[in-house]
Design a protein around this ligand. Structure first.
Ligand code: THU
Length: 144
């Protein structure tokens, strides 16, 4: 893991706090697994999202993609970092939640060099570059 990150500790903590708050809005009536995400967009704005499940399970949207939809539809598509927290509704945030493959691809569309902060708490998280989670990704450059 890299030692020197281009993101400040206070921003990391604020993002994790925002993800925890966003998680409270999760609509997870089928799995009970509530996820919250907070995106740091440039210049300097945070957009949040939660998972929104559906009786047609495949129509479920993950918290990360909900946050991306919020940001992009507000005109922000340059992302520095995303924090993610998850856990079963009643027990709260129990462990690390990593972004699913679809969310990795969607984030990569906009900011392949951003940071992913998979958090248990403000002080306990695994932060890596998105490119480490999704190496050799498919992108627009290959559609030639
Ligand atoms: N989920 C997310 O919101 N983000 C992820 O990266 C992993 C999975 C949601 C989808 C579903 O509502 C629930 O967690 C269980 O899979």
């Amino acid at each position: 893991m890299e030692k020197c990150f281009a993101i400040e500790e206070k921003d990391i903590k604020e993002l994790i706090r925002s993800a925890v708050m966003a998680r409270n809005m999760a609509y997870a009536r089928y799995s009970g697994f509530k996820v919250g995400a907070a995106l740091l967009a440039q210049p300097g704005r945070i957009f949040t999202g939660c998972n929104i499940e559906n009786s047609s399970y495949g129509a479920t949207i993950c918290a990360e993609r909900a946050a991306v939809c919020n940001a992009v539809s507000s005109g922000y598509s340059d992302f520095k970092a995303i924090a993610i927290v998850g856990g079963l509704g009643s027990t709260g945030i129990s462990g690390i939640t990593y972004p699913c493959g679809i969310c990795r691809q969607v984030l990569s569309e906009f900011s392949p060099d951003m940071y992913v902060i998979a958090a248990k708490s403000e002080d306990d998280y695994d932060m890596r570059k998105l490119s480490e989670f999704l190496p050799a990704s498919f992108d627009a450059g290959q559609m030639k």
